[in-house]
Design a protein around this ligand. Sequence first.
Ligand SMILES: *[C@@H]1O[C@H](CO)[C@@H](O)[C@H](O)[C@H]1NC(C)=O
Ligand SMILES: [Cu+2]
Length: 225
Amino acid sequence: MLSSLALLLTAALSASAHYTLPKIANGADWQHVRRADNWQDNGFVGSVNSQQIRCFQSNHAAAQATYNISAGSSLTYYVNPNAYHPGPMQFYLARVPDGENINNWKGDGAVWFKIYQEQPNFGSQLTWPSNGKGQFPVTIPRCIRSGYYLLRAEHIALHSASSPGGAQFYISCAQIGVTGGGNTEPPNKVSFPGAYSASDPGIQININWPIPTSYKNPGPPVFNC
Ligand SMILES: *[C@@H]1O[C@H](CO)[C@@H](O)[C@H](O)[C@H]1NC(C)=O
Ligand SMILES: [Cu+2]
């Protein structure tokens, strides 16, 4: 009852657009990307403690297909419509344990490592390179092990983030198979939910006044090979 009320409220609040992250590479919408709960209403995740903060799914259902890519190369992650709110784009990976099927794997536990985070440009206002864009290149680190991964994309909208719970998380997870990788095990793995707290300085922040002179991305440091 409470949760259906919450769902209704979420739907009502998000009726006026926002965006989804529905596709990668040359695929179709929700082909290689697990269909997110906002696929119809373009809504956002507001609570960093909800299950939806992982892949914006309540059911962790599989994508229709898995996209293979060689380690060290790049693919494009699409946002639709464009990411028109100010805030950082970030990408994470989580490796499906050997012997498990990616279609059944939910991404539980401290398995997620960050591979990209965006910093704003500072000046008379913060400007975000992602602002207004619909396509984001992601490079798969060349040294990680081959195997299946969930690729988690998140765009954090900070336009009304000055009060707790005001940041809007736009998220989805793609299913990829990484080939030709190395043997490096990334450090600093985190879980979702768990990685973020509502009061993290990169989540609860007034980006308009006073104009920040630095920005601390939420989550662990970026893993580079
Ligand atoms: C896709 O990637 C997986 C994981 O590395 C690999 O086992 C599989 O053989 C790859 N498929 C193709 C067609 O390359
Ligand atoms: Cu919005």
